[in-house]
Structure formats: structure tokens, C-alpha cells
Design a protein. Sequence first.
Length: 94
Amino acid sequence: MRLSLRYEREGLSHEVTTNLAVIVAWERKFRAKAAQLANQIGAEDLLFLAFEASKRQGVTVPADFDRFVEQVSDIEVIDREDANPTQPAPSGDH
């Protein structure tokens, strides 16, 4: 799964995209599997993904995750790409 996230922090807007390393970091921190992330995603999940993706993409963030959370005023998913997209069912309309 790849997520593109946009967040506002200290008056600046940032856009980051998760990668496999970010998803694995999330799995390790929350002791969960990515499939659970696809079904139920909470604010803390989004913030952690943005925090990890930001660090990996060169965006300066605080060393402490909780400090990062305090500084973010808004976050949203702007694009989502599933690792195993479902193929559309064949139709009679070829």
C-alpha cells in the first residue's frame, strides 16, 4: 500500500508518500499488519506514517513523534494505491 499524505505543520504544508520501509516501521511500532491499516486507519496511524515518510524524504521533523503530533494542525490522504488492486470483473460489453 502506498499513501500520499498532505499535512499542515507550523504553518507549512507538506506532501509525502509512504513506501515499504514506512509501512514496516508502522507494523513494528503498532504490532499490526498492513492489512489492518488498509481496513481501519486512525489519526495516530496517519500521523506516524507522515512522520516516518517525512524523515525518509528529507523533511525536517522533531526527533520525538509526540512533538510532531503536537505541531500538526491537519492531515489528509490525498491518494491511495493498494499493493494488490482488485481486477474489475469481466463484463459482457467487451
